[in-house]
Each structure stands twice: as C-alpha cells, then as structure tokens.
Design a protein around this ligand. Structure first.
Ligand code: MG
Length: 159
C-alpha cells in the first residue's frame, strides 16, 4: 500500500518600505516588500513548512534558523531545494502542493504560473503538481490593511 502523508504550512511576514517583494521566487514590482531574515518569501515558506510537516522534519525555523548568517537574504527557493533534497533522501515524493497567498495587493494573477514553475523546479517536480492561488481578505485584518501578507499551503507526499 502506498504510504501517503499530508502536511500543512502557514506563514506571515510584515510588509515594509525598502524591501523587494518576492513571492514564489518572483520579484514583483511593488513599492514595498516583506521583512525577514531571508528574502521573506512568505508563499515559499508556507510550502516548505507543509513539506517538512508532512515528512516530520519539524519546521523551517528548525532547519534554517533565522539566527544563522548563512541564511541572511538567501533566496527561499534555495531553501526549498534543500527541503526537497531532505525529502528525497528519506524516500518521499511530492504528489501535489496547493498554496494560497493572502494579500490585499498587488494583484498576483499574472505571476501565479511563474511562481508554480519556480517552486516545482526547486523541488525537481512538474509544474502541474503545484497550484498557486491568491485571495484578498476583503480589507479585514493585517493582510487587508496591507501591514502584512500570509500564506497557507497543503501538500501530499507519498513513499
Ligand atoms: Mg517566513
């Protein structure tokens, strides 16, 4: 019998002036960006936490501590590739990933396919195994007032 494992990831980053906005590895032109130790790619972080959760590897804070200078400003796609390596090492394969960005603005529709392709490439899987979607929160809460962005992701692994 195939051994299936589900994982969920959730992440939040604050939006600030003077930072690039990187989502799913795409550099999106926008006046502000997400604050964090790495490139603060909230979408990729949620995906990584879903993967590490499914594989019982803890979370990305444990794997890539934000106190480690090695990860300062690093592309989160590189961290995702490392998570993929750890999964392969343990015999896991990704069945599919579904990720949702929570952001009032900007509109990310034009970038969703590129985000999916970037994350698929980092994991060595096919783009059609990754779905990226986005929603506003109707102006409510910290995503709605533009003070931050959040992301959820669920994954299914098999071994
Ligand atoms: Mg994060």
């Amino acid at each position: 019998m195939t051994n299936l494992r589900i994982g969920h990831g959730y992440d939040v980053h604050r939006l600030v002036e003077g930072r690039k906005l990187i989502l799913g590895g795409v550099d999106i032109p926008w006046g502000r960006g997400l604050l964090g130790h790495s490139d603060a790619d909230v979408l990729t972080h949620a995906v990584m936490d879903a993967l590490t959760g499914a594989a019982r590897l803890g979370d990305i804070g444990k794997l890539f501590p934000d106190t480690d200078p090695a990860y300062a400003g690093i592309s989160s796609l590189k961290l995702l590739a490392e998570v993929g390596r750890l999964l392969n090492e343990r015999g896991y394969q990704v069945v599919n990933i579904d990720a949702t960005l929570l952001a009032q603005a900007p509109k990310v529709g034009p970038y969703k396919q590129e985000m999916a392709e970037n994350m698929a490439r980092a994991l060595g899987i096919q783009p059609d195994q990754v779905n990226v979607k986005a929603t506003t929160e109707e102006g409510l809460g910290f995503t709605g007032d533009g003070s931050g962005m959040a992301a959820h992701a669920v994954v299914l692994l098999e071994m």
